[in-house]
Design a protein around this ligand. Structure first.
Ligand SMILES: [Zn+2]
Ligand SMILES: [Zn+2]
Length: 344
């Protein structure tokens, strides 16, 4: 069986590996699709806290259950061979103070499949705990469904925002996360959604998924302030541009990942005087099953968001394309023999 292996920091190989065997309450999954995101580059570059090499990457995965470990076919969410599934990559200790106060996404011993010390899905088959495996409807596109993992992050992002009918929402960044946050905004009650990206090519995707107001600079928009401003870029320039555009009583959210050492400027007086809230959001918290439900309810348009699929052998090429900012969502499809351009 073939697998992508991050052998050490900066060292990417494609290797033959023994067939994984599902343990107690685990299932064996034949991989359909694995999304590539910025986290994968941070893991390979040794910038992700806690990564243990060698590691198989891949944390945005779907596939088909092909074998059950002992006990995996029992219980309320019993899985069966042949089920199409999406996989929540996070596991938490359940014992630390943060887990015990309901903040499992901030667990002090957090372990992410394909990012910390459990092998991910960039291989032909992988094992996962049954509790992390969510069954899809048979008519759900199992490749497009690899967007469910980032969607689960977006749903947690909305969980920590106030929910008010009629809010105006501004999103910075028309990449995968910005497009998901923007598409969920009307579901959260937004009266209008505006998206900003310095790259006009990325705004084409925003148009295709139905975001009405699109600009390369917020300066050009038809309003000057918004109730909710969400940064999905991690860019300091975007953050410093966006925070002053939050209206009095509004909220600014840091969704994008800024460099760990970066700092941004803001006016403490403004935050005080206008009661502006600044909130962070991190990964998935009890939102994976809801992401499956929202995906299957058609809350997001997945097709225009995914531009290329790659074989395992071409994983390095996919990472290079990602780093160069080319294409839309890039996927690895470990059991396909040819890499493909999905959108012309
Ligand atoms: Zn990701
Ligand atoms: Zn914990």
């Amino acid at each position: 069986m073939r697998a992508v292996v991050f052998a050490a920091e900066g060292e990417l190989t494609v290797a033959e590996r023994p067939e994984p065997v599902p343990g107690s309450r685990e299932v064996l999954i034949e991989t359909a699709a694995v999304g590539i995101c910025g986290t994968d580059t941070h893991v390979l570059d040794g910038e992700f806290e806690g990564t243990v090499f060698p590691l198989v990457p891949g944390h945005e995965a779907t596939g088909t259950v092909v074998a059950l470990g002992p006990g995996a076919g029992e219980g309320p969410a019993a899985l069966a061979v042949g089920d199409h599934v999406a996989v929540n990559p996070s596991s938490t200790c359940g014992e630390c103070d943060l887990c015990l106060t309901g903040r499992q996404n901030l667990c002090r011993a957090w372990n992410g499949m394909g990012v910390v010390r459990a092998d991910g899905a960039a291989q032909q088959r992988f094992t996962a705990p049954a509790a992390n495996v969510f069954r899809l409807r048979p008519d759900t596109d199992v490749f497009e469904a690899a967007l469910i993992e980032p969607l689960a992050c977006a749903i947690h992002g909305w969980d920590v925002l106030p929910r008010r009918m009629g809010d105006h929402v501004l999103v910075y960044g028309s990449g995968t996360m910005g497009l998901l946050m923007a598409q969920l905004a009307p579901r959260a009650g937004a009266a209008s959604v505006t998206i900003v990206d310095v790259n006009p090519d990325r705004l084409v995707t925003a148009a295709e998924v139905g975001i009405e107001h699109r600009y390369t600079s917020a300066e050009d928009a038809d309003r000057a302030e918004w109730d909710v401003v969400i940064d999905c870029t991690g860019s300091i320039a975007a953050i410093e541009d966006g925070l002053p555009r939050v209206m009095a009583g509004g909220v600014f959210q840091h969704f994008g990942v800024a460099p760990a050492e970066a700092t941004a400027h803001y006016s403490p007086f403004r935050i005080y005087r206008d009661e502006v809230s600044v909130v962070g959001t991190m990964a998935v918290l009890n939102s994976f099953g809801r992401a499956v439900a929202m995906f299957e309810a058609g809350a997001i348009k997945a097709r225009p968001m995914i531009s290329h699929s790659f074989t395992l052998k071409d994983y390095g090429q996919a990472l290079r394309m990602f780093r160069a900012g080319q294409g839309r969502k890039l996927q690895v499809r470990p059991n396909q023999d040819t890499s493909q351009i999905l959108l012309g």
